[in-house]
Design a binder for this molecule. Structure first.
Ligand SMILES: [Zn+2]
Length: 383
């Protein structure tokens, strides 16, 4: 019985924390209304949360229309702890530190080669440096969430096409050295979490990340869908053209060979016979109406449309967000994709440019870290 009582109590605590973290400020009365818990229980749990330094009282709210005492408002004690998130690419390491409410404290991005021989010590050094000058706080670093550009399942890296991190037990190695919770997750999945944490309207959404590769994060009924061994959303390796361009995954004609930013850039470089051209050159040439650039972008839009149609048919999302620099700079690509979708049965499903910044995976990792620490199911940024 005691056990049930304590787990019920724990559930109520998480429900109350969820209200506090997802509102800029909230009164005890409003929490009681939103959670259907009686006012006495709310007051008691809130008192404990204040004693344990999760929550602080702030300002005075408006009194209700019926008059009466103005309520004291509550918010998360942002300085109680720090969330660390990393994005690990084969050629770049980025990280973000936030307060417990998701407010960004530090963001760094360094070009460097990452592989199994240096990843553990690189991450460890960054954490140790931060700890040396860290402000005093009751919880310190609440966790380290790491975005991996590859397949991740149950905190293990299963497959990474562009680096060899699947050869080591990264979470375990870091836990042994740092004694902190370590969470590994696929980069596209984290981008989807970031998208969901900024979209209060849609419970079923897909976020497509287009960088070196192409991956999709799938949110079904507000939850990340991983599939068997974390293989869901690996749309980069679905076949677009049988017997097409060979892919490092072993197959031919993968979507990634036509729609990743690297493959689009390669196609442009090859067509222009100039290896030094950049994505910015491509974008500028397109805007100037240069024939080759226009053809490359039109092919990109067409190929991506096929990919989006396949995603819609498979998962039935309410909306698809695309995160990519070329599309951000050339929004008419989205118009071309919608025109293609208008020819299909998915004409009413919106495709939009991502709502989140370039550091999407870091925001998603932050959301995951804070959700895990507070035991809450959703986390909204910018409260
Ligand atoms: Zn492939």
């Amino acid at each position: 019985m005691l056990r049930n009582f304590s787990s019920m109590r724990e559930q109520n605590t998480h429900a109350i924390l969820s209200q506090i973290i997802n509102h800029p400020e909230i009164s005890r009365a409003e929490i009681s209304k939103q959670t259907n818990l009686n006012k006495a229980s709310v007051s008691e749990i809130v008192r404990n949360l204040i004693d344990e330094q999760y929550v602080v009282e702030t300002g005075i709210g408006k009194s209700s229309t019926a008059g009466g005492r103005k309520p004291i408002l509550l918010k998360i004690n942002k300085k109680a702890g720090f969330s660390f998130s990393f994005d690990v690419r084969y050629d770049r390491l980025s990280y973000m530190v936030t307060y417990l409410n998701g407010e960004v404290l530090t963001f760094e991005s360094v070009d460097m080669n990452i592989d199994q021989s240096n990843i553990v010590s690189v991450v460890e050094n960054i954490i140790r440096n931060f700890q040396q000058s860290m402000e005093n706080s009751p919880f310190g670093i609440i966790g380290i969430a790491i975005a991996i550009h590859g397949v991740v399942s149950k905190n293990k890296i299963i497959f990474t096409p562009y680096y060899d991190l699947s050869q080591i037990d990264l979470a375990n190695e870091l836990e042994k050295r740092l004694h902190l919770p370590i969470y590994l997750e696929n980069e596209a999945n984290l981008t989807a979490l970031a998208e969901a944490s900024m979209d209060a309207t849609h419970k079923n959404l897909i976020s497509v990340s287009i960088h070196t590769g192409v991956g999709a994060g799938i949110i079904i009924e507000e939850k990340l869908y991983h599939g068997f061994e974390g293989r869901s959303g690996e749309i980069g390796h679905t076949t677009l053209y049988p017997d097409g361009i060979a892919c490092p995954c072993g197959n031919k004609g993968c979507l990634e060979q036509y729609c990743s930013q690297s493959s689009v850039l390669n196609a442009y470089r090859n067509a222009m016979e100039n290896e030094l051209l950049t994505v910015d050159n491509l974008i500028m040439d397109y805007k100037n109406g240069e024939n080759i650039a226009v053809k490359i972008i039109e092919d990109f839009a067409k190929n991506l449309s096929i990919g989006m149609t396949n995603l819609m048919g498979t998962y039935g999302p309410e909306i698809i967000y695309i995160n990519n620099k070329i599309i951000k700079d050339i929004p008419s690509i989205i118009v071309k994709i919608r025109e293609h979708l208008d020819q299909t049965m998915y004409k009413k499903i919106p495709v939009e440019i991502s709502q989140v910044a370039q550091q999407a995976s870091l925001y998603g990792a932050t959301a995951m870290n804070i959700q895990n620490f507070l035991g809450v199911k959703t986390f909204n940024f910018f409260n």
